[in-house]
Ligand binder design. Structure first.
Ligand code: ADP
Ligand code: MG
Length: 294
């Protein structure tokens, strides 16, 4: 069972990957023109040391989800747990401590995460200086070592404002990991990058995950990024949809019993289709009702 394993693993303090769990998470932004429901009951569990992509179009709720898991703001309803801690039960100081020691957030637009006039080493030093006691960075190493390990030594002494978009994004990821966090939340890391730069960013996500043991949740609208990681969940209109693992697509059954189909089945079963569900032993078969109109 995944739940108890997650709860027994506080993570972070020893540099181990930190898991997360969202249960029925709803988020509403109040606005004068009417409330915006950004998340409509999101269930998502990520085990320690997993690398997971959340794939969805613009406006589907990806950044909102990251902000909630990072503890930047609180969910309107539902539960968010990080490393076993229920974020709703943490006070502002405890939330700050969690963010400083266990959870790193790399915002969309690499430059927003960096001091432009400092080089990569300076940016890492700055991030590590602000690190609260309680996080271990023994496994991360000194700035130069970390950059070497991540294949960034060639750019470690260049002001980050003068780097290419791809280089800057990779430095932002290194800085995000440099404080010894066990969970790294990454928002649209390949936004304006060409294919080669995108592939390097994806490779770095794998390295951070495999070599440093950091759990990574990356949100993206780019199917190529999602295809390059072991597990992908899709998000649409604030709901988690289908799920893919190692090239296989799965349907997802929501808590209200609704089923989200993987993209390749959606054309065969358009919205509104009448579908019969047949059970064959431990297998389930979907059959479209003949002659029905969507
Ligand atoms: P994504 O990151 O997938 O593009 P967001 O999480 O940014 O999606 O936004 C989800 C929905 O919430 C969108 O409809 C967006 O317009 C709305 N939204 C996001 N931030 C705010 C905000 N601060 N105030 C009001 N609505 C917001
Ligand atoms: Mg976004």
């Amino acid at each position: 069972m995944r739940g108890p394993a997650l709860l027994s693993r506080q993570g972070g303090e020893d540099g181990a990957g930190v898991g997360l769990c969202c249960e029925g998470v709803v988020h509403i932004y109040p606005s004068p023109e009417g409330d915006v429901v950004a998340l409509r009951g999101v269930d998502l569990e990520v085990d320690p040391c997993e690398l997971v992509a959340v794939l969805g179009p613009s406006g589907s709720g990806k950044s909102t989800l990251l902000g909630l898991v990072a503890g930047l703001f609180r969910a309107s309803a539902g539960r968010v747990r990080v490393g076993g801690a229920d974020l709703a039960r943490l006070g502002p100081r405890q939330l700050l401590r969690l963010r400083a020691t266990q959870v790193g957030l790399v915002l969309q637009g690499a430059g927003r995460n960096l001091l432009p006039y400092a080089d990569a080493v300076g940016n890492i030093r700055f991030a590590q200086r602000g690190r609260a006691r309680g996080s271990s960075r023994a496994h991360v190493g000194r700035p130069g070592e970390l950059l070497d390990r991540l294949g960034l030594n060639a750019v470690s002494h260049q002001a980050v404002g003068t780097l290419s978009g791809g280089e800057r994004q990779r430095v932002a990821l290194a800085v995000g990991a440099a404080t010894g966090v066990g969970l790294l939340l990454v928002d649209e890391p390949t936004g304006n990058l060409d294919r080669a730069a995108r592939d390097q960013v994806v490779e770095l996500l794998h390295r951070l995950n495999a070599d440093l043991g950091i759990t990574i949740l990356v949100v993206t609208h780019d199917p190529a990024v999602a295809a390059a990681v072991p597990r992908t969940v899709t998000i649409r209109d604030g709901r988690i949809g289908s799920e893919g693992r190692r090239g296989r697509e799965y349907a997802v059954v929501g808590q209200d019993g609704s089923i989200q189909l993987p993209p390749d089945l959606r054309s065969a079963f358009p919205a509104g289709s009448l579908v019969r569900v047949r059970r064959q032993g431990d297998r389930v078969e979907l059959v479209r009702e003949e002659g029905e109109r969507p």
